[in-house]
Write a protein of this length. Structure first.
Length: 178
């Protein structure tokens, strides 16, 4: 049983490292806050883990696709709580010259907000961590509303698998050394 757990952990770690080298992050967790011009909270949107969400980061291009739902909303006419949506699009990647930091300029389309542009800054490793770059981004099909916070990270379960795999590898190495 113990060997099975170690083998599964090493396999999970190997698969995740292989995926990270390919620069395709799947699944991803996206958390978005929408606000008004005065900075008041309007809505929170999150991705859903349906096995289809991904971020593909190439050398100088990016592709994003995920499904989500409205978690909370003070504007139920425009963003009803529980409403499903999809976001997809492409963009370009620019290195900042700082260690691992990149700026990703995306042209996206949302099924509830229409087309919009978004600039994110962050790094791909370890894991994936991109946040909104610059001031709040206007939503063209919703005058007066802005994306005030946007964060893309690995889905939390993936991070647990990564940690479990790393712990198993370290535990195995310590045992062999003793």
């Amino acid at each position: 049983m113990k060997n099975l757990i170690v083998t599964a952990s090493v396999l999970a770690l190997t698969l995740m490292v292989g995926t990270a080298q390919a620069q395709v992050f799947h699944p991803v967790f996206v958390d978005v806050l929408i606000g008004d011009a005065q900075g008041n909270f309007v809505a929170q949107l999150q991705s859903v883990d349906d096995g289809q969400g991904f971020v593909d980061l190439g050398t100088d291009t990016a592709t994003v696709n995920y499904n989500g739902r409205v978690v909370e909303s003070n504007a139920p006419t425009f963003l009803p709580p529980g409403a499903p949506f999809n976001v997809s699009g492409n963009g370009s990647i620019q290195r900042t010259g700082t260690f691992d930091t990149e700026i990703v300029a995306l042209s996206l389309v949302s099924t509830i907000g229409g087309p919009f542009d978004l600039n994110l800054i962050g790094s791909r490793g370890p894991g994936l961590n991109f946040v909104l770059d610059g001031p709040p981004a206007p939503i063209p099909n919703a005058p007066g509303l802005f994306i005030t916070s946007h964060r893309i990270t690995p889905e939390p379960g993936s991070m647990v698998l990564l940690g479990l795999g790393a712990a198993a590898v370290l535990g195995t190495r310590r045992r062999k050394a003793a």
